[in-house]
Ligand binder design. Structure first.
Ligand code: SF4
Length: 366
């Protein structure tokens, strides 16, 4: 990959802004799917560089934000059990469950540990056979291959005190759901480059064709995002609905075959509940029959744990691009990063956190 500086070059960004202005003849609404892209847009002020007629709305691509309350409650149940170590990425610790969060369980004496990789959790299990080590596997297609590999290695090496609490979600079914909603206003997508680096983008071609939306696979730096917007607007202005790849330095149409192979070895497709959105058919992954001995949900009977969502948070509308974070009545008042009411204010990829952290960027910079 080339150096990052060229993808943050101010002149290139301004040239692209001029090019976008030059081809825009009417209003368009474009959704960036990934929370990482949302943060880049807000951090670098891209929302203010593009013509006023182009509205960017933010998508469901924040893994912490879409993990359902009952998955958090299941993790909390596990972390409260004797001789169990619950391993998670740090962001998950402050996401509210029904009555508390994982940080609260840790404060009460639960063994909750932050890890940076599922392999760290697997090593913990090998090093401490007296404990049951559970990895809380959340996220999109980007994290699924690494999690699949950890389970595969556990089985291969006969590690029998390692488990996975799986709450994986897949992007394309969520895109279809957003487009099918009667309140939908999305006319084009910037697809998440990291997800497509794993899965490729042939699956997106059916979405573009069925729903008449252009989809541009896009990277995460300011020049990437500006180019993605330019390519998307150009298609919209020309009445085309194709899948184009802005992020070709990372993404190939077929994705990463080895990553897809290990996912297929370990996971099956399943229906999955998304926080704030509800059930989306065949939008998740579960451990398949060959690996059910590693499935914390089955081994510890956690599927009996169910939960209702707090209706006070409007994250479902934020995640589908129906409202912007600052259009939620609780934004910045009852809901702040210090006192979050919903996951999008907690997560480092959450749209509400992005608005909160960068909305005063001129003041902060000046
Ligand atoms: S501002 Fe807070 S309450 Fe409103 S949608 Fe975002 S996380 Fe939920």
């Amino acid at each position: 990959m080339k150096y990052v500086d060229e993808f943050r070059d101010r002149v290139s960004v301004e040239t692209l802004a001029t090019a976008i202005r030059g081809i825009t003849t009417r209003e368009w609404t474009i959704m960036e799917v990934c929370g990482g892209q949302t943060h880049s847009i807000m951090r670098f002020g891209i929302d203010e560089l593009i013509p006023r007629g182009i509205t960017l709305v933010h998508g469901p691509g924040c893994p912490v934000c879409v993990t359902p309350v009952e998955a958090i409650d299941r993790a909390i149940r596990m972390a409260s059990m004797k001789d169990v170590v619950l391993c998670s990425f740090g962001d998950m610790l402050r996401v509210p469950g029904s009555s508390k969060d994982l940080l609260g369980v840790k404060a009460e004496g639960g063994d909750v540990r932050v890890v940076y990789s599922p392999m760290d959790a697997l090593k913990m299990a090998v090093d401490d056979p007296g404990k049951k080590v559970v990895f809380f596997a959340v996220g999109f297609e980007t994290t699924a291959p690494g999690n699949a590999m950890a389970v595969y290695q556990a089985k291969k090496n006969g590690v029998d005190n390692f488990y996975m609490l799986v709450s994986h979600v897949l992007v394309p079914p969520a895109m279809r759901l957003i487009l099918s909603d009667s309140n939908n206003r999305v006319q084009g997508f910037l697809a998440a480059g990291h997800v497509c680096a794993v899965m490729g983008y042939d699956e997106y071609e059916g979405i573009a064709k069925d729903h008449w939306v252009p989809i541009v696979v896009t990277g995460f730096e300011p020049v990437d995002i500006m180019k993605g917007i330019y390519m998307c607007v150009k298609q919209l202005e020309e009445g085309r609905f194709d899948v184009e790849n802005q992020y070709s330095r990372v993404v190939k149409r077929e994705g990463n075959p080895e990553a897809k192979r290990i996912m297929k070895e370990v996971f099956d497709l399943s229906d999955r509940k998304w926080r704030g959105i509800g059930n989306i058919p065949l939008s998740g992954l579960v451990l398949n029959g060959r690996y059910e001995g590693y499935d914390a949900e089955k081994v510890f009977g956690l599927d009996a744990v169910t939960a209702e969502e707090d209706q006070g948070c409007m994250s479902g509308k934020v995640l589908r691009g129906i409202i912007r974070p600052d259009e939620c009545g609780k934004f910045g008042g009852a809901c702040t990063p210090e006192h979050p009411l919903g996951a999008p204010m907690v997560s480092s990829e959450g749209a509400c956190a992005a608005y909160y952290n960068y909305k005063d960027r001129e003041k902060n910079e000046g």
